[in-house]
Design a protein around this ligand. Structure first.
Ligand code: GLU
Length: 424
């Protein structure tokens, strides 16, 4: 029953197949009928768009983009937009399904969606990036809207990109439409707490897991893969709670810092070097050695598919918290389970970002902005409640945290689907 979307990707590394098999497994555990499982698995809408962009040098180049609404039984589609050379329809479909599960796991009234453009944005000028963003926004405009599908930042997209999307949609509708995207700058309907919200959620889940395992965060050694929107605030948040980040990787390479990375020193260094390499006191290591460094907690916070069977076999950490989307392959997950390494899955661990998006969207729809403290309190409560609910269910069902989160997510989507019935 697995639908093949993109023929070139082998089945064993296809992210869409990974998600489908997880949802099917959860559906079977819940005893759902095959028809309902099929409905939950299958993306509702897949839009592929061709994007002709005039480059600064004069010629026109073609790019391809997608927006996929996976499931909208629980509410409008929600999910980020990524700009990356490896983007393809299977990856976006998998990520859109992850968003359906994620929103259900943290119990916010959204379905799941995702978008992306196959492009290396580091090779574009600012005006090329703006033209590409606006053309993409125009092309997917029939599908998005505050009550239909609400994009947000993801890999290589930021508040500026969200501003261009918001403006393009506002030009089409003829009125300001702040609720069409989240993760906007403050000046146009964004919220104080959005930046760093994913990292805060990851931190809450890390501490909550350690507590449940009877461990104190104090002195725990962490390795983080990624020094972007999620990885960089994490160093500060984890250090504030007594943990030390002893290993870090970015696109340029990896470093080992046994005494722990100082977040301020790293951010000053990064500002100048545009790379984590060369951090004072950091020993350069091969990027593929990161997860084998002596450590207690591993946090992948970059691309998907990085914790493979081999990485899982040599991982030193005894817990994993998935800040990235889909960082663990099916084989990698099986090895971690066999090694009794608990994993807080992406759909729970990194949900702080979409919870923050929900609060931003609610404020935009109401035209009433909250104070910063209320935002933080509600975010923390939502993440704590979600973690506790998944932990309790994991103990009742005696299932891994990932499978438990999938079961809870699929159960909630199934309930909404059944209640709404079948049209026509
Ligand atoms: N891109 C983030 C994620 O994968 C946030 C999505 C959103 O806020 O809609 O969860």
């Amino acid at each position: 029953m697995v639908t093949r979307l993109h023929d070139e990707i082998p089945d064993d590394v296809n992210p869409w197949f990974r998600v489908v098999s997880l949802i099917e497994k959860a559906g079977h555990l819940l005893g759902l009928n095959e028809g309902l499982i099929k409905r939950i698995v299958t993306p509702e809408r897949i839009l592929e768009v061709a994007l002709p962009i005039r480059m600064d040098a004069g010629p026109v180049e073609m790019f391809t983009g997608w927006r996929i609404q996976h499931n909208t039984a629980r509410g409008p589609g929600k999910g980020g937009i990524r700009f990356h050379p490896s983007v393809n329809v299977d990856e976006i479909a998998a990520l859109s399904a992850d968003m359906s599960i994620k929103c259900a796991v943290v119990n916010i009234p959204y379905g799941g969606a995702k978008g992306g453009v196959k492009v290396d944005p580091s090779g574009l000028s600012r005006s090329e990036l703006e033209r590409l963003t606006r053309r993409y926004a125009f092309a997917i405009a029939p599908m998005i809207g505050p009550d239909r599908d609400i994009p947000a930042p993801d890999i290589n997209t930021d508040p500026q990109v969200m501003s261009w999307i918001m403006d393009t949609v506002s030009m089409i509708t003829g009125h300001s439409t702040p609720g069409v995207v989240t993760g906007k700058p403050l000046a146009i309907g964004g919220t104080l707490g959005h930046a760093g919200a994913t990292s805060l959620g990851v931190t809450i889940c890390t501490v909550a897991l350690l507590n449940r395992l009877g461990r104190s965060p104090e002195g725990e050694r962490v390795v983080i893969q990624g020094y972007g929107k999620v990885g960089s605030p994490l160093i500060k948040l984890l250090s504030e709670r007594g943990m030390k980040v002893v290993g870090l990787a970015d696109v340029h390479g990896a470093i080992h810092v046994p005494e722990g990375i100082d977040h301020e020193k790293m951010s000053l260094h990064f500002e100048q070097a545009r790379s984590i390499l060369g951090y004072p006191g950091g020993e350069e290591i091969r990027a593929d050695e990161l997860f084998a460094l002596p450590s207690d907690i591993a946090i992948p916070a970059a691309l998907g598919g990085v914790i493979t069977e081999k990485v899982a076999q040599t991982m030193s950490a005894t817990v994993v918290v998935e800040a990235a989307n889909g960082p663990t392959t099916g084989e990698g997950a099986a090895i971690l389970t066999s090694r009794n390494i608990p994993v807080v899955p992406d759909v729970l661990a990194n949900a702080g970002g979409v919870v923050a998006s929900y609060f931003e969207w609610a404020q935009d729809l109401q035209g009433f902005m909250w104070e910063g403290e209320l935002f933080k309190q509600r975010l923390e409560k939502t993440m704590h409640d979600a973690f506790d609910a998944i932990w309790l269910r994991h103990e009742q069902l005696d299932l891994a945290l990932r499978d438990t989160a999938l079961v809870v997510g699929v159960e909630r989507i199934a309930e909404a689907t059944e209640l709404r019935g079948l049209f026509p």
